[in-house]
Design a protein around this ligand. Structure first.
Ligand code: K1U
Ligand code: ZN
Length: 185
């Protein structure tokens, strides 16, 4: 498995159209595994394909040790609304409150390409809606009011200096340990 670079705000892929998954191939299953690894290393709870530079309509999520893969996700049911804080692995250090449905049912294809329905509440429901937005070129900042969005963008203008290539490279803990060992030799 590999840890992939995460594209950050300003990278065109985050705003581009995505393509439905025609079939879950071995190559896509490898992508799913790499997305899980990347998400865990980044300490996130979700990750959508455009964040790792891919156009497939596909996301992964993992809240409370419940790993979810959904390709071609569609909302079948959305109930209730709650405001809650969101972050985004593609906009590090920026947070904002977003209104989302409290309970959703989404339909799509699982890792094996089988049709599934996933029922989720609270944080997982929020996360899945956030990931579905990514597949539609939408970011949580787009849900903020004008004032909060403008101040988030001002903060991001400073933060993004850390990512001149508009990519965020992550290092897995085992590789950090190996690097330290190399330096000690
Ligand atoms: O898609 C992404 O950018 C991942 C994002 C998902 C998300 C987080 C919070 C609310 C909605 C969607 C993250 O995982 S950012 C990391 C984060 O904010 C977080 C991590 C653990 C628990 C709660 C939030
Ligand atoms: Zn995000």
């Amino acid at each position: 498995m590999s840890v992939l670079d995460i594209h950050v705000l300003g990278a065109p892929i985050l705003r581009q159209e995505t393509q439905p998954v025609a079939e879950m191939t071995d190559e896509l299953r490898r992508l799913v595994d790499d997305m899980f690894e990347t998400m865990h290393v980044a300490k996130g709870i979700g990750l959508a394909a455009p964040q790792v530079g891919r156009r497939e309509r596909l996301f992964v999520a993992d809240v409370d040790d419940r790993p979810i893969v959904l390709a071609n996700p569609e909302i079948v049911l959305a109930e209730g609304t709650a405001r809650g804080e969101e972050g985004c692995l593609s906009i590090p250090e920026i947070y904002g409150d977003v209104d989302r449905a409290v309970r959703v049912v989404m339909r799509g294809l699982d890792r094996d390409g089988q049709p599934v329905e996933v029922e989720a509440t609270d944080l997982l429901a929020r996360c899945m809606q956030h990931e579905l937005d990514h597949l539609n070129g939408k970011l949580f900042l787009d849900h903020l009011g004008l004032f909060k969005r403008r101040s988030a963008m001002q903060k991001w203008e400073r933060e993004k200096q850390k990512y001149p290539a508009l990519r965020r490279g992550l290092i897995a803990a085992k590789d950090v340990a190996a690097q330290h060992n190399d330096e000690a030799l």
